[in-house]
Unconditional design. Structure first.
Length: 128
């Protein structure tokens, strides 16, 4: 990647790689061996239970005797690039049976102030 001993200046290397020069001078801190062991266990648990999030992983780790908090588990998951797999709500589909109202102002050219007024009237739900 970036070579400090290379004959090309660091600024030019950063420009070629489309990196900011401010990030060249910060050194990444090494991860502690204890954290690596926990991250390895999180990875193993994630392979066994891919639907588990930070809270359930915390509970599984605490059950194994590893005292760790939910935020720390979430930070490690983010660092490892893993996330829980679950079905997200599909909110883009309209509910069957709901009436679709046409937009009456589509072909109207609004040319002066106060020509068009809009209001949202909530339709009451029918009692079941």
């Amino acid at each position: 990647m970036i070579g400090r001993e290379h004959e090309m200046p660091l600024a030019r290397q950063a420009a070629i790689l489309i990196l900011g020069r401010s990030g060249l001078h910060c050194r990444l801190r090494p991860v502690a061996p204890a954290d690596l062991a926990v991250m390895r266990r999180i990875g193993e648990l994630h392979l066994d239970y891919p639907f588990t999030g930070g809270r359930m992983l915390r509970d599984l780790l605490c059950g194994e005797g590893i005292a760790i908090g939910r935020q720390r588990v979430a930070t490690m998951m983010k660092r490892m690039g893993i996330e829980a797999i679950y079905r997200r709500p599909n909110t883009s589909k309209p509910e069957p049976g709901h009436k679709i109202y046409s937009y009456l102002l589509r072909k109207l050219a609004v040319e002066r102030p106060n020509q068009v007024r809009a209001m949202d009237i909530g339709v009451p739900q029918q009692a079941a």
